[in-house]
Design a protein around this ligand. Structure first.
Ligand code: FAD
Length: 393
């Protein structure tokens, strides 16, 4: 379709790895760079769970369609390794649970291990003869007019000539900041007053030593408490654990100083969670686990001539409450190639990608923000109606 045949994809996260497959399928010579070491070096053979910190993600129809566009075999393999999630399970302060189905026809989202998904995409990319993976390469600079990108590695700086640069380097994208030097990019960034902290919920061990899920695995569990919330998804794999995520304003985290404060807090707001985790493990995780910030980023355009394009979080970091950040990134890649196929010139394809994609991305970003209120507060209103009482959640 074009004579621009070498592409440097910066960022081997889920979205950059998927983009490598699409470009490879289209006959480009692809090099996929990441500043990290190859994450597959950490994996346990035969396991579908990533070691250590494992955030599971909700993979939705939008994301699955993006995967299918690269490889139906890969997409089938991935969707065979998920836990289907058919609705929300709302937990009130007395530990009562209420199921809210997503759909009367049984449509569902899918809990998938983030690390494993990334490995699967990288494995697939590694099999393509026209894809080269380069880890330990941090992008420093792009000179789009000279078609040159510069990386720093442990052995020093490396300059590479390339036709197209794809920025898949996440929310704090270097490609985006380089793009903003040459294109008139409108840019908006907003941090919300919430941090996230993962709390693992171990499997329940039965009297005869068998491990079971501690909660119904086919629900997204939510403990909505108006200004903060806990939510949890089942992990796929043999260990039958859940990963919970506490979303809470910084000031609430700051108020919790001592182990007893953690237990008092959980006793007040999430009493049914303490026996599932155990006091000691809960306190340890609360203090030791990383507290991440949440940023929403909108920008436009996503491209510069036929030289650069942004996809995934680099184009549109969004708050995670709609579970669509990665899914939208997968859709970006699918949409980008729809435009590549419809346009002879790469520059027209990239221009149309910006023009068509931005409305959808701005809308879903706003929906994600609105869903924070829905998940931590509004979901309780149906329970109020059902029970006809005025108890606070
Ligand atoms: P990233 O995953 O951020 O990958 C970017 C890659 O670029 C990294 O590997 C990084 O090492 C590399 N990189 C960065 N800078 C450079 C550089 N200068 N040079 C070279 N490499 C570089 N999304 C969903 O769809 N469903 C969910 O359920 C969901 N849940 C979430 C829960 C939480 C708590 C959070 C925080 C996010 C969640 N998301 C979810 C969002 C999802 O994690 C992101 O949208 C997704 O990871 C974006 O993928 P990406 O490949 O664009 O970027």
């Amino acid at each position: 379709m074009s004579d621009a045949k070498t592409v440097a994809i910066v960022g081997a996260g889920p979205v950059g790895s998927l983009a490598a497959l699409y470009f490879a399928n289209d006959g480009w010579n692809v090099t996929l760079y990441d500043l990290r070491n190859d994450p597959r070096l950490e994996r346990t053979p035969g396991s579908t769970a990533s070691p250590g910190k494992s955030i599971n993600l909700a993979l939705s129809h939008r994301g699955i369609e993006g995967l299918k566009g690269a490889s139906t075999r890969l997409s089938r393999m991935i969707t065979n390794n998920v836990v289907p999630v058919y609705g929300r399970m709302i937990h009130d302060k007395k530990g009562r649970q209420e199921s809210q189905a997503y759909d009367v026809h049984g449509q569902h989202i899918n809990a998938v291990d983030r690390g494993w998904l990334n490995w699967a995409l990288l494995d697939e990319a590694d099999e393509r003869p026209n894809v080269e993976l380069k880890f330990g390469h941090r992008l420093l600079q792009c000179d789009f007019d000279a078609r040159m990108v510069k990386f720093i590695t442990k052995d020093g700086e490396v300059e590479v000539n390339v036709d197209l640069v794809v920025g898949a380097d996440g929310a704090h994208s270097t490609v985006r900041s380089q793009l903003m030097r040459v294109a008139k990019v409108d840019f908006e960034q907003k941090y919300i007053d919430a941090l996230w902290c993962e709390i693992s919920i171990p499997p329940h061990v039965t009297e005869d030593g068998k491990e079971e899920y501690p909660l119904d695995p086919n629900h997204l569990h939510i403990w909505p408490r108006k200004t903060f919330m806990l939510m949890s998804l089942a992990n796929i794999g043999d260990d039958k654990s859940f990963t919970g995520t506490l979303f809470m304003p910084q000031s609430n985290f700051d108020d919790i100083t001592y182990p007893q404060d953690v237990l008092d807090f959980f006793n007040t707001y999430f009493p049914d969670v303490i026996p599932l985790i155990g006091e000691e493990y809960l306190v340890k995780q609360f203090f030791n686990n990383h507290k991440g910030s949440l940023v929403s980023i909108k920008c436009t355009p996503y491209h510069y001539l036929d030289r650069c394009v942004l996809i995934g979080d680099a184009a549109h970091a969004m708050v995670p409450f709609y579970g669509q950040g990665m899914n939208c990134g997968f859709e970006d890649v699918q949409q980008l190639f729809m435009h590549m196929k419809a346009n002879n010139a790469v520059s027209s394809a990239l221009e149309n990608y910006t023009l068509v994609r931005r409305q959808d991305l701005f809308a879903i970003s706003d929906l994600a923000m609105a869903n924070y209120v829905e998940m931590r507060s509004s979901v309780t209103s149906k329970m109020y109606l059902a029970r006809k009482h005025t108890e606070e959640f």
